[in-house]
Design a protein around this ligand. Structure first.
Ligand code: NAP
Length: 251
């Protein structure tokens, strides 16, 4: 009987894992997406979309779908989903592993100011109007309405929802990976003076950090939230090996 695996996704790693284990007769995976992106990339395994309905909903799902193992491959900043996964897996006794993407490390010539959250990032921009590149996802944009003196260029995969937005905001709709030369060009052409970023880790969006370094631009770096995790795995190979070491729970 194949191992029934729930992958909590919404990241490159989750898609890479899906590709790696698709067609593996030992595994019966389902990839779960929050549903934030209207046109998610097609996946080679079964998918489900939308929240579970909190810890209770996830617990119910694990039981009703007879899930044998959960892989938390959510984004480093998706801390609520991870917290729910830890509790629901504890309650149901389902093994949980987390694919944790390593953080970007500060280089000697990086000009980072690390702040706790997006509210602190908005304050860190200062009182004087500046040209700001926001690269942090649409859920956080409304926070910058509290600092309306700045000119913002915000890069998003999807347009923002009905949130209140800063008055001087231009949107740039694009999906990574991004190229370093293009990032430098964008920052120059837009005369960006400061960038706000999450410490996403990985390679897909690192070029903006390299570009800021090359141009000597300051970066307000929002620190990662604390994420409770189960077994921590560094890459999809380790994840596949972990899954292959588990037996279906009914056996
Ligand atoms: P979050 O704050 O941790 O989660 C909020 C709620 O969204 C969860 O309680 C859950 O709803 C639902 N949810 C989140 N991930 C889900 C998943 N994979 N499958 C089903 N439901 C999910 O998450 P978030 O920061 O809003 O991120 C949402 C999604 O975007 C995640 O899949 C994440 O990997 C991806 N993402 C996030 C960021 C970021 O910067 N936060 C960046 C890139 C991608 P219920 O309580 O109803 O179950």
């Amino acid at each position: 009987m194949p191992l029934r695996v729930l992958i909590l996704g919404g990241t490159t790693e989750a898609s890479v894992l899906a590709r790696k284990i698709a067609g593996d007769p030992r595994l019966a995976p389902v990839l779960s997406l929050a549903g934030r992106t209207t046109n998610p990339q097609p996946q080679p395994i079964a998918t489900r979309t939308g929240g579970f309905g909190g810890i209770e909903g996830l617990t119910r799902f694990l039981r009703s779908e007879a899930i044998d193992a959960v892989v938390d491959a959510t984004h480093p900043y998706a801390d609520q989903m991870s917290t729910h996964a830890v509790t629901a897996c504890q309650e149901t006794g389902v093994p949980l592993a987390s694919l944790v993407r390593p953080e970007w490390r500060r280089h000697a010539d990086d000009r980072w100011q690390v702040v706790a959250d997006s509210e602190a990032a908005a304050r860190a921009l200062g009182k004087e109007p500046r040209r700001v590149f926001l690269s942090l996802g649409r859920q956080d944009l409304h926070v910058f309405a509290e600092a309306p003196q700045h000119h913002y260029l915000a890069r998003l995969i999807e347009p923002p929802g009905q949130f209140r937005l800063p008055p001087e905001l231009r949107l740039l709709q694009a999906r990574g990976p991004f190229d370093r030369a293009d990032e430098e060009r964008l920052l120059r052409e837009e005369r960006i003076e400061i960038m706000v970023s999450k410490n996403a880790g990985g390679t897909a969006t690192y070029a903006k950090i390299e570009a800021a370094r090359a141009l000597g631009l300051p970066v307000v770096m929002i620190a990662r939230p604390h994420k409770p995790v189960g077994v921590t795995l560094a890459d999809v190979e380790a994840c596949a090996a972990w899954l292959h070491g588990l037996a279906p729970r009914g056996v």
